[in-house]
Ligand binder design. Sequence first.
Ligand code: HEM
Length: 481
Amino acid sequence: MASSDHGSTTAPKDVPGSYGLPLVGAVRDRLDFYYFQGQDKYFESRVERYGSTVVRMNVPPGPFMARDPRVVAVLDAKSFPVLFDMDKVEKKDLFTGTYMPSTSLTGGYRVCSYLDPSEPTHTKVKQLLFSLLLSRKDDVIPTFRSNFSSLLATVEAELAKGGKAEFNKLNDVTSFDFIGEAYFGVRPSATELGKGGPSKAAKWLIWQLHPLVTLGLPMVLEEPLLHTFHLPPFLVKGDYRALYKYFSTVAKQALDTAEGLGLSREEACHNLLFATTFNSYGGLKVLFPGLLANVASGGEKLHERLVAEIRGAVADAGGKVTLAAVERMELAKSVVWESLRLDPPVKFQYGHAKKDLLVESHDAVFQVRKGEMLFGYQPCATKDPRVFGDTAGDFVPDRFLGEEGSKLLQYVYWSNGRETDNPSVDNKQCPGKNFVVLVGRLLLVELFLRYDTFTAEVGKELLGTSVIFTGVTKATSGPGS
Ligand code: HEM
Protein backbone atom coordinates (compact mmCIF):
# COMPACT_ATOMS: atom_id res chain seq x y z
CA MET A 1 0.00 0.00 0.00
CA ALA A 2 1.20 3.51 -0.75
CA SER A 3 -0.20 4.92 2.48
CA SER A 4 -0.08 3.31 5.88
CA ASP A 5 -1.08 3.94 9.47
CA HIS A 6 1.83 1.97 10.84
CA GLY A 7 5.34 0.87 10.14
CA SER A 8 6.87 4.16 8.92
CA THR A 9 10.26 5.17 10.28
CA THR A 10 9.82 8.93 9.64
CA ALA A 11 8.15 11.00 12.38
CA PRO A 12 4.69 12.10 11.20
CA LYS A 13 4.29 15.79 10.39
CA ASP A 14 1.31 18.07 10.68
CA VAL A 15 -0.23 18.68 7.26
CA PRO A 16 0.84 22.18 6.05
CA GLY A 17 -1.55 24.63 4.39
CA SER A 18 -4.16 27.19 5.32
CA TYR A 19 -7.94 27.66 5.26
CA GLY A 20 -7.80 31.45 5.71
CA LEU A 21 -10.46 33.31 7.68
CA PRO A 22 -13.80 31.54 8.21
CA LEU A 23 -16.25 32.21 5.37
CA VAL A 24 -14.06 34.87 3.68
CA GLY A 25 -11.20 32.40 3.08
CA ALA A 26 -13.53 29.86 1.47
CA VAL A 27 -15.18 32.45 -0.81
CA ARG A 28 -11.80 33.85 -1.85
CA ASP A 29 -10.54 30.37 -2.63
CA ARG A 30 -13.67 29.63 -4.65
CA LEU A 31 -12.99 32.69 -6.80
CA ASP A 32 -9.37 31.58 -7.24
CA PHE A 33 -10.57 28.14 -8.29
CA TYR A 34 -13.09 29.31 -10.88
CA TYR A 35 -11.86 32.66 -12.12
CA PHE A 36 -8.42 33.86 -10.99
CA GLN A 37 -6.30 30.69 -11.12
CA GLY A 38 -8.36 27.89 -12.67
CA GLN A 39 -8.49 24.30 -11.50
CA ASP A 40 -4.98 23.02 -12.22
CA LYS A 41 -3.19 26.16 -11.07
CA TYR A 42 -5.30 26.26 -7.91
CA PHE A 43 -3.84 22.95 -6.75
CA GLU A 44 -0.35 23.32 -8.23
CA SER A 45 0.19 26.73 -6.65
CA ARG A 46 -0.71 25.43 -3.18
CA VAL A 47 1.63 22.43 -3.55
CA GLU A 48 4.36 24.90 -4.49
CA ARG A 49 3.58 27.41 -1.74
CA TYR A 50 3.72 24.82 1.05
CA GLY A 51 6.35 22.53 -0.54
CA SER A 52 4.12 19.50 0.00
CA THR A 53 1.84 17.25 -2.06
CA VAL A 54 -0.32 16.66 1.02
CA VAL A 55 -1.74 20.05 1.90
CA ARG A 56 -4.67 21.71 3.65
CA MET A 57 -6.98 23.91 1.55
CA ASN A 58 -10.61 24.80 0.92
CA VAL A 59 -12.43 23.24 -2.01
CA PRO A 60 -15.47 24.67 -3.82
CA PRO A 61 -18.34 25.34 -3.58
CA GLY A 62 -17.96 26.53 0.05
CA PRO A 63 -20.65 28.85 1.53
CA PHE A 64 -23.59 28.39 1.58
CA MET A 65 -23.90 24.96 0.06
CA ALA A 66 -21.11 23.12 1.87
CA ARG A 67 -21.15 22.99 5.63
CA ASP A 68 -17.37 22.61 5.74
CA PRO A 69 -15.12 23.29 2.72
CA ARG A 70 -11.89 22.32 4.52
CA VAL A 71 -9.98 19.30 3.21
CA VAL A 72 -6.61 17.60 3.39
CA ALA A 73 -5.69 17.29 -0.28
CA VAL A 74 -3.63 14.27 -1.43
CA LEU A 75 -1.91 15.34 -4.64
CA ASP A 76 0.65 12.73 -5.64
CA ALA A 77 0.54 9.12 -6.83
CA LYS A 78 1.69 7.80 -3.47
CA SER A 79 -0.74 9.54 -1.14
CA PHE A 80 -3.84 9.42 -3.39
CA PRO A 81 -4.68 5.69 -2.91
CA VAL A 82 -5.55 6.29 0.75
CA LEU A 83 -8.93 7.20 -0.77
CA PHE A 84 -9.39 3.61 -2.00
CA ASP A 85 -8.81 2.04 1.41
CA MET A 86 -12.18 1.26 2.96
CA ASP A 87 -10.57 0.58 6.36
CA LYS A 88 -9.38 4.17 6.41
CA VAL A 89 -12.06 6.27 4.74
CA GLU A 90 -15.83 6.46 4.90
CA LYS A 91 -17.57 7.31 1.61
CA LYS A 92 -21.02 8.28 2.84
CA ASP A 93 -22.82 11.17 1.08
CA LEU A 94 -19.70 12.58 -0.52
CA PHE A 95 -19.89 11.46 -4.16
CA THR A 96 -20.12 15.12 -5.25
CA GLY A 97 -17.82 16.33 -2.47
CA THR A 98 -18.39 18.74 0.38
CA TYR A 99 -22.04 19.32 -0.63
CA MET A 100 -24.76 16.82 -1.48
CA PRO A 101 -27.57 17.48 -3.96
CA SER A 102 -31.11 17.11 -2.63
CA THR A 103 -32.41 13.53 -2.60
CA SER A 104 -35.57 14.90 -4.23
CA LEU A 105 -33.48 14.78 -7.43
CA THR A 106 -33.24 10.99 -7.01
CA GLY A 107 -36.77 10.05 -5.97
CA GLY A 108 -36.08 10.62 -2.27
CA TYR A 109 -33.40 7.91 -2.17
CA ARG A 110 -29.69 8.06 -1.43
CA VAL A 111 -28.52 6.19 -4.52
CA CYS A 112 -25.52 3.84 -4.68
CA SER A 113 -22.87 6.48 -5.41
CA TYR A 114 -23.66 8.13 -2.06
CA LEU A 115 -23.62 4.90 -0.02
CA ASP A 116 -20.69 3.58 1.99
CA PRO A 117 -19.92 -0.13 1.45
CA SER A 118 -20.84 -0.70 5.13
CA GLU A 119 -24.49 0.09 4.24
CA PRO A 120 -26.41 -3.06 3.22
CA THR A 121 -28.17 -1.31 0.30
CA HIS A 122 -24.78 -0.59 -1.28
CA THR A 123 -24.12 -4.32 -1.67
CA LYS A 124 -27.56 -4.97 -3.14
CA VAL A 125 -27.44 -2.17 -5.72
CA LYS A 126 -23.86 -2.84 -6.76
CA GLN A 127 -24.73 -6.53 -7.15
CA LEU A 128 -27.70 -5.52 -9.31
CA LEU A 129 -25.41 -3.47 -11.57
CA PHE A 130 -22.86 -6.27 -11.88
CA SER A 131 -25.57 -8.70 -12.89
CA LEU A 132 -27.13 -6.20 -15.34
CA LEU A 133 -23.78 -5.64 -17.08
CA LEU A 134 -23.06 -9.38 -17.15
CA SER A 135 -26.47 -10.22 -18.57
CA ARG A 136 -25.99 -7.72 -21.42
CA LYS A 137 -22.35 -8.43 -22.25
CA ASP A 138 -23.04 -9.99 -25.67
CA ASP A 139 -25.13 -7.00 -26.71
CA VAL A 140 -22.50 -4.33 -26.12
CA ILE A 141 -20.44 -4.74 -29.31
CA PRO A 142 -23.32 -4.96 -31.84
CA THR A 143 -25.22 -2.15 -30.10
CA PHE A 144 -22.15 0.06 -30.02
CA ARG A 145 -21.42 -0.59 -33.68
CA SER A 146 -24.91 0.18 -34.94
CA ASN A 147 -25.20 3.41 -32.94
CA PHE A 148 -21.71 4.75 -33.62
CA SER A 149 -21.53 3.78 -37.29
CA SER A 150 -24.58 5.92 -37.81
CA LEU A 151 -22.89 8.75 -35.85
CA LEU A 152 -19.93 8.55 -38.24
CA ALA A 153 -22.24 8.55 -41.25
CA THR A 154 -23.68 11.82 -39.90
CA VAL A 155 -20.16 13.19 -39.41
CA GLU A 156 -19.44 12.48 -43.09
CA ALA A 157 -22.67 14.14 -44.22
CA GLU A 158 -21.93 17.25 -42.13
CA LEU A 159 -18.35 17.42 -43.38
CA ALA A 160 -19.60 17.22 -46.98
CA LYS A 161 -22.10 20.01 -46.30
CA GLY A 162 -20.12 22.47 -44.19
CA GLY A 163 -16.57 21.14 -43.72
CA LYS A 164 -17.12 20.61 -39.99
CA ALA A 165 -18.93 18.21 -37.66
CA GLU A 166 -19.32 18.82 -33.92
CA PHE A 167 -18.60 15.51 -32.23
CA ASN A 168 -19.88 16.41 -28.74
CA LYS A 169 -23.43 17.16 -29.94
CA LEU A 170 -23.60 13.94 -31.94
CA ASN A 171 -22.01 11.97 -29.09
CA ASP A 172 -24.59 13.23 -26.57
CA VAL A 173 -27.47 11.92 -28.68
CA THR A 174 -25.72 8.68 -29.67
CA SER A 175 -24.26 7.76 -26.27
CA PHE A 176 -27.65 8.20 -24.62
CA ASP A 177 -29.31 5.85 -27.10
CA PHE A 178 -26.38 3.43 -27.02
CA ILE A 179 -26.39 3.07 -23.22
CA GLY A 180 -30.17 2.61 -23.05
CA GLU A 181 -30.10 -0.01 -25.79
CA ALA A 182 -26.99 -1.75 -24.42
CA TYR A 183 -28.45 -2.08 -20.90
CA PHE A 184 -32.16 -2.59 -21.60
CA GLY A 185 -32.49 -3.51 -25.28
CA VAL A 186 -34.62 -0.43 -26.12
CA ARG A 187 -33.33 2.85 -27.53
CA PRO A 188 -34.72 5.75 -25.49
CA SER A 189 -35.40 7.73 -28.69
CA ALA A 190 -37.71 4.94 -29.90
CA THR A 191 -39.98 5.36 -26.84
CA GLU A 192 -42.28 8.08 -25.57
CA LEU A 193 -39.14 9.93 -24.42
CA GLY A 194 -38.40 10.60 -28.08
CA LYS A 195 -35.45 12.82 -28.91
CA GLY A 196 -35.73 14.72 -25.62
CA GLY A 197 -33.76 12.23 -23.47
CA PRO A 198 -30.27 13.74 -23.71
CA SER A 199 -31.41 17.31 -22.98
CA LYS A 200 -33.58 16.20 -20.04
CA ALA A 201 -30.62 14.19 -18.73
CA ALA A 202 -28.23 17.12 -19.19
CA LYS A 203 -30.56 19.47 -17.30
CA TRP A 204 -30.88 16.99 -14.43
CA LEU A 205 -27.07 16.59 -14.34
CA ILE A 206 -26.61 20.36 -14.13
CA TRP A 207 -28.99 20.51 -11.16
CA GLN A 208 -26.56 18.22 -9.33
CA LEU A 209 -23.23 19.52 -10.61
CA HIS A 210 -23.76 23.29 -10.91
CA PRO A 211 -21.81 24.04 -7.72
CA LEU A 212 -18.70 22.56 -9.38
CA VAL A 213 -18.82 24.12 -12.84
CA THR A 214 -18.48 27.45 -14.56
CA LEU A 215 -20.48 28.21 -17.68
CA GLY A 216 -18.12 30.99 -18.73
CA LEU A 217 -20.64 33.69 -17.72
CA PRO A 218 -19.53 36.79 -15.81
CA MET A 219 -18.60 36.09 -12.18
CA VAL A 220 -21.32 38.41 -10.85
CA LEU A 221 -23.95 36.17 -12.45
CA GLU A 222 -22.43 32.78 -11.81
CA GLU A 223 -21.57 33.30 -8.16
CA PRO A 224 -25.16 33.85 -6.93
CA LEU A 225 -26.79 31.60 -9.55
CA LEU A 226 -24.52 28.55 -9.56
CA HIS A 227 -22.12 28.60 -6.61
CA THR A 228 -24.04 29.88 -3.58
CA PHE A 229 -27.46 28.16 -3.42
CA HIS A 230 -28.95 24.94 -4.78
CA LEU A 231 -31.13 25.30 -7.88
CA PRO A 232 -34.69 24.38 -6.87
CA PRO A 233 -35.38 20.69 -7.61
CA PHE A 234 -39.03 21.30 -8.63
CA LEU A 235 -37.79 22.95 -11.85
CA VAL A 236 -36.43 19.61 -13.08
CA LYS A 237 -39.17 17.35 -11.73
CA GLY A 238 -40.97 16.91 -15.05
CA ASP A 239 -37.74 15.96 -16.83
CA TYR A 240 -36.92 13.41 -14.14
CA ARG A 241 -40.41 11.94 -14.29
CA ALA A 242 -40.09 11.41 -18.05
CA LEU A 243 -36.72 9.69 -17.63
CA TYR A 244 -38.09 7.51 -14.80
CA LYS A 245 -40.94 6.38 -17.00
CA TYR A 246 -38.51 5.10 -19.62
CA PHE A 247 -36.61 3.05 -17.02
CA SER A 248 -39.69 1.64 -15.30
CA THR A 249 -40.98 0.50 -18.69
CA VAL A 250 -37.85 -1.03 -20.25
CA ALA A 251 -36.01 -2.36 -17.18
CA LYS A 252 -38.59 -5.00 -16.10
CA GLN A 253 -36.06 -7.84 -16.10
CA ALA A 254 -33.49 -5.90 -14.08
CA LEU A 255 -36.23 -4.88 -11.63
CA ASP A 256 -37.17 -8.54 -11.17
CA THR A 257 -33.51 -9.27 -10.36
CA ALA A 258 -33.54 -6.34 -7.92
CA GLU A 259 -36.52 -7.77 -6.04
CA GLY A 260 -34.69 -11.08 -5.78
CA LEU A 261 -31.79 -9.19 -4.16
CA GLY A 262 -34.12 -7.65 -1.58
CA LEU A 263 -34.55 -4.18 -3.12
CA SER A 264 -37.92 -2.56 -3.76
CA ARG A 265 -38.67 -2.03 -7.47
CA GLU A 266 -38.92 1.70 -6.85
CA GLU A 267 -35.55 2.11 -5.12
CA ALA A 268 -33.96 -0.12 -7.77
CA CYS A 269 -35.46 1.94 -10.60
CA HIS A 270 -34.15 5.24 -9.20
CA ASN A 271 -30.76 3.55 -8.89
CA LEU A 272 -30.85 2.24 -12.46
CA LEU A 273 -31.75 5.71 -13.68
CA PHE A 274 -28.80 7.19 -11.78
CA ALA A 275 -26.27 4.55 -12.82
CA THR A 276 -27.35 4.84 -16.46
CA THR A 277 -27.88 8.57 -16.74
CA PHE A 278 -25.39 10.09 -14.29
CA ASN A 279 -22.62 7.47 -13.99
CA SER A 280 -22.66 5.94 -17.49
CA TYR A 281 -24.03 8.68 -19.76
CA GLY A 282 -22.31 11.45 -17.76
CA GLY A 283 -19.07 9.44 -18.06
CA LEU A 284 -19.29 8.86 -21.82
CA LYS A 285 -20.13 12.53 -22.42
CA VAL A 286 -16.65 13.34 -21.13
CA LEU A 287 -14.69 10.18 -21.98
CA PHE A 288 -15.25 10.00 -25.74
CA PRO A 289 -14.38 13.62 -26.64
CA GLY A 290 -11.26 13.39 -24.42
CA LEU A 291 -10.16 10.16 -26.10
CA LEU A 292 -10.82 11.51 -29.61
CA ALA A 293 -8.90 14.70 -28.86
CA ASN A 294 -5.87 12.73 -27.71
CA VAL A 295 -6.01 10.38 -30.70
CA ALA A 296 -6.35 13.35 -33.05
CA SER A 297 -3.23 14.87 -31.47
CA GLY A 298 -1.34 11.61 -32.21
CA GLY A 299 -1.63 12.40 -35.95
CA GLU A 300 -1.26 10.18 -39.00
CA LYS A 301 1.61 8.09 -37.61
CA LEU A 302 -0.47 6.89 -34.66
CA HIS A 303 -3.50 6.43 -36.90
CA GLU A 304 -1.52 4.20 -39.26
CA ARG A 305 -0.46 1.94 -36.39
CA LEU A 306 -4.01 1.75 -35.02
CA VAL A 307 -5.35 0.95 -38.49
CA ALA A 308 -2.84 -1.91 -38.88
CA GLU A 309 -3.56 -3.36 -35.44
CA ILE A 310 -7.35 -3.04 -35.58
CA ARG A 311 -7.86 -4.23 -39.15
CA GLY A 312 -5.37 -7.07 -38.61
CA ALA A 313 -7.18 -8.37 -35.52
CA VAL A 314 -10.60 -8.07 -37.18
CA ALA A 315 -9.37 -9.85 -40.34
CA ASP A 316 -7.97 -12.68 -38.17
CA ALA A 317 -11.38 -13.01 -36.53
CA GLY A 318 -12.97 -13.62 -39.95
CA GLY A 319 -13.86 -9.98 -40.52
CA LYS A 320 -15.91 -9.74 -37.31
CA VAL A 321 -15.45 -7.40 -34.35
CA THR A 322 -15.45 -9.94 -31.52
CA LEU A 323 -14.46 -9.49 -27.89
CA ALA A 324 -11.47 -11.78 -28.48
CA ALA A 325 -10.36 -9.62 -31.43
CA VAL A 326 -10.67 -6.44 -29.36
CA GLU A 327 -8.63 -8.03 -26.55
CA ARG A 328 -5.77 -8.54 -29.01
CA MET A 329 -5.57 -4.80 -29.80
CA GLU A 330 -2.86 -3.86 -27.34
CA LEU A 331 -2.00 -0.44 -28.75
CA ALA A 332 -5.70 0.52 -28.71
CA LYS A 333 -5.93 -0.56 -25.07
CA SER A 334 -2.81 1.41 -24.14
CA VAL A 335 -4.25 4.48 -25.91
CA VAL A 336 -7.50 4.23 -23.92
CA TRP A 337 -5.66 3.84 -20.60
CA GLU A 338 -3.34 6.72 -21.48
CA SER A 339 -6.29 8.97 -22.20
CA LEU A 340 -7.96 7.95 -18.93
CA ARG A 341 -4.68 8.70 -17.13
CA LEU A 342 -4.09 12.07 -18.76
CA ASP A 343 -7.72 13.28 -18.64
CA PRO A 344 -9.58 11.32 -15.97
CA PRO A 345 -13.26 12.14 -16.65
CA VAL A 346 -14.09 12.27 -12.89
CA LYS A 347 -11.38 14.40 -11.35
CA PHE A 348 -12.37 14.77 -7.68
CA GLN A 349 -12.55 12.06 -5.02
CA TYR A 350 -13.35 12.41 -1.34
CA GLY A 351 -13.40 10.36 1.88
CA HIS A 352 -13.75 11.08 5.62
CA ALA A 353 -10.94 9.66 7.79
CA LYS A 354 -12.52 6.82 9.80
CA LYS A 355 -9.86 7.12 12.49
CA ASP A 356 -6.64 8.99 13.23
CA LEU A 357 -4.30 7.86 10.48
CA LEU A 358 -1.02 8.44 8.70
CA VAL A 359 -0.87 9.44 5.03
CA GLU A 360 2.38 8.97 3.17
CA SER A 361 3.51 11.16 0.27
CA HIS A 362 6.75 10.67 -1.69
CA ASP A 363 8.52 12.95 0.80
CA ALA A 364 6.92 12.66 4.22
CA VAL A 365 4.33 11.05 6.48
CA PHE A 366 1.42 13.14 7.74
CA GLN A 367 -0.96 12.87 10.64
CA VAL A 368 -4.65 13.09 9.71
CA ARG A 369 -7.34 13.17 12.40
CA LYS A 370 -10.53 11.14 12.56
CA GLY A 371 -13.39 12.92 10.77
CA GLU A 372 -11.19 15.11 8.55
CA MET A 373 -12.12 15.17 4.87
CA LEU A 374 -9.48 13.73 2.54
CA PHE A 375 -9.66 14.97 -1.03
CA GLY A 376 -7.84 13.92 -4.20
CA TYR A 377 -7.48 15.94 -7.40
CA GLN A 378 -6.81 13.04 -9.70
CA PRO A 379 -4.82 14.75 -12.49
CA CYS A 380 -2.10 15.66 -9.96
CA ALA A 381 -1.77 11.99 -8.97
CA THR A 382 -1.97 10.44 -12.44
CA LYS A 383 0.41 13.00 -13.95
CA ASP A 384 2.93 12.57 -11.14
CA PRO A 385 6.42 12.97 -12.68
CA ARG A 386 7.91 10.77 -9.94
CA VAL A 387 5.99 7.85 -11.47
CA PHE A 388 5.53 8.84 -15.13
CA GLY A 389 8.80 10.77 -15.63
CA ASP A 390 9.42 13.74 -17.92
CA THR A 391 6.52 12.79 -20.18
CA ALA A 392 3.97 12.68 -17.32
CA GLY A 393 2.00 15.57 -18.87
CA ASP A 394 2.15 14.25 -22.46
CA PHE A 395 -0.04 11.81 -24.38
CA VAL A 396 2.22 8.79 -24.97
CA PRO A 397 0.16 6.18 -26.85
CA ASP A 398 2.59 3.30 -26.15
CA ARG A 399 2.93 4.01 -22.44
CA PHE A 400 1.26 0.83 -21.18
CA LEU A 401 2.61 -1.61 -23.78
CA GLY A 402 4.73 -4.61 -22.80
CA GLU A 403 5.87 -5.82 -19.42
CA GLU A 404 7.39 -2.50 -18.34
CA GLY A 405 4.32 -0.58 -19.45
CA SER A 406 1.92 -2.86 -17.62
CA LYS A 407 3.78 -2.15 -14.35
CA LEU A 408 2.50 1.44 -14.60
CA LEU A 409 -1.15 0.38 -14.65
CA GLN A 410 -1.30 0.34 -10.86
CA TYR A 411 -0.98 4.15 -11.03
CA VAL A 412 -4.04 4.64 -13.25
CA TYR A 413 -6.84 5.71 -10.91
CA TRP A 414 -9.77 6.87 -13.10
CA SER A 415 -12.18 4.23 -11.69
CA ASN A 416 -11.58 5.20 -8.06
CA GLY A 417 -9.21 2.28 -7.66
CA ARG A 418 -6.04 1.01 -9.26
CA GLU A 419 -6.43 -0.26 -12.83
CA THR A 420 -4.93 -3.53 -11.55
CA ASP A 421 -7.74 -3.93 -8.95
CA ASN A 422 -11.35 -4.93 -9.42
CA PRO A 423 -14.61 -3.33 -8.30
CA SER A 424 -16.52 -5.31 -5.67
CA VAL A 425 -19.44 -4.86 -3.27
CA ASP A 426 -16.86 -4.16 -0.55
CA ASN A 427 -15.21 -1.18 -2.24
CA LYS A 428 -16.23 2.00 -4.08
CA GLN A 429 -14.44 1.23 -7.34
CA CYS A 430 -16.55 1.91 -10.44
CA PRO A 431 -18.61 -1.17 -11.43
CA GLY A 432 -18.44 0.04 -15.05
CA LYS A 433 -14.61 -0.30 -15.11
CA ASN A 434 -14.36 -3.06 -17.75
CA PHE A 435 -17.28 -1.69 -19.75
CA VAL A 436 -15.61 1.72 -20.00
CA VAL A 437 -12.26 0.39 -21.21
CA LEU A 438 -14.14 -1.79 -23.72
CA VAL A 439 -16.26 1.00 -25.20
CA GLY A 440 -13.19 3.26 -25.41
CA ARG A 441 -11.53 0.62 -27.59
CA LEU A 442 -14.73 0.14 -29.61
CA LEU A 443 -14.72 3.83 -30.51
CA LEU A 444 -11.21 3.40 -31.93
CA VAL A 445 -12.26 0.23 -33.75
CA GLU A 446 -15.20 1.96 -35.40
CA LEU A 447 -13.06 4.95 -36.39
CA PHE A 448 -10.14 3.05 -37.86
CA LEU A 449 -12.13 0.39 -39.65
CA ARG A 450 -13.80 3.26 -41.45
CA TYR A 451 -11.01 5.84 -41.81
CA ASP A 452 -7.28 5.78 -42.48
CA THR A 453 -6.91 9.06 -40.63
CA PHE A 454 -8.89 12.08 -39.44
CA THR A 455 -8.34 15.65 -38.28
CA ALA A 456 -10.15 17.63 -35.60
CA GLU A 457 -10.17 20.96 -33.78
CA VAL A 458 -9.99 20.60 -30.03
CA GLY A 459 -11.25 23.05 -27.42
CA LYS A 460 -12.78 23.22 -23.93
CA GLU A 461 -16.39 22.90 -22.84
CA LEU A 462 -18.47 22.67 -19.67
CA LEU A 463 -17.33 19.28 -18.36
CA GLY A 464 -14.25 18.60 -20.46
CA THR A 465 -13.05 18.68 -24.06
CA SER A 466 -14.86 19.71 -27.24
CA VAL A 467 -13.99 18.11 -30.57
CA ILE A 468 -14.96 19.25 -34.05
CA PHE A 469 -14.12 16.91 -36.94
CA THR A 470 -12.53 18.84 -39.82
CA GLY A 471 -11.71 15.94 -42.14
CA VAL A 472 -11.79 12.15 -42.52
CA THR A 473 -9.93 9.95 -45.02
CA LYS A 474 -11.98 6.88 -45.91
CA ALA A 475 -10.35 3.45 -45.49
CA THR A 476 -8.28 2.30 -48.44
CA SER A 477 -7.82 -1.33 -47.33
CA GLY A 478 -10.08 -4.05 -45.79
CA PRO A 479 -11.79 -5.38 -43.78
CA GLY A 480 -13.40 -1.93 -43.57
CA SER A 481 -16.59 -2.96 -41.82
C1 HEM B 1 -18.36 5.08 -9.13
C2 HEM B 1 -15.85 6.99 -12.77
C3 HEM B 1 -18.79 4.83 -15.97
C4 HEM B 1 -21.45 3.16 -12.33
C5 HEM B 1 -17.42 5.74 -9.85
C6 HEM B 1 -16.35 6.50 -9.26
C7 HEM B 1 -15.64 7.03 -10.29
C8 HEM B 1 -16.26 6.61 -11.52
C9 HEM B 1 -14.42 7.94 -10.18
C10 HEM B 1 -16.10 6.68 -7.77
C11 HEM B 1 -16.73 7.93 -7.25
C12 HEM B 1 -16.43 8.11 -5.79
O1 HEM B 1 -16.98 7.37 -4.97
O2 HEM B 1 -15.63 8.98 -5.45
C13 HEM B 1 -16.49 6.63 -13.95
C14 HEM B 1 -16.11 7.08 -15.26
C15 HEM B 1 -16.95 6.47 -16.16
C16 HEM B 1 -17.84 5.64 -15.41
C17 HEM B 1 -14.98 8.06 -15.54
C18 HEM B 1 -17.02 6.57 -17.67
C19 HEM B 1 -16.17 7.16 -18.40
C20 HEM B 1 -19.68 4.06 -15.26
C21 HEM B 1 -20.58 3.12 -15.83
C22 HEM B 1 -21.33 2.63 -14.81
C23 HEM B 1 -20.90 3.29 -13.58
C24 HEM B 1 -20.64 2.72 -17.30
C25 HEM B 1 -22.41 1.61 -14.99
C26 HEM B 1 -22.73 0.71 -14.14
C27 HEM B 1 -20.88 3.63 -11.16
C28 HEM B 1 -21.46 3.42 -9.84
C29 HEM B 1 -20.54 3.94 -8.92
C30 HEM B 1 -19.45 4.48 -9.69
C31 HEM B 1 -22.77 2.78 -9.52
C32 HEM B 1 -20.65 3.88 -7.39
C33 HEM B 1 -19.87 2.64 -6.95
C34 HEM B 1 -20.05 2.26 -5.52
O3 HEM B 1 -20.86 2.88 -4.84
O4 HEM B 1 -19.40 1.31 -5.07
N1 HEM B 1 -17.33 5.80 -11.23
N2 HEM B 1 -17.54 5.77 -14.08
N3 HEM B 1 -19.87 4.13 -13.90
N4 HEM B 1 -19.68 4.27 -11.03
FE1 HEM B 1 -18.51 4.85 -12.56
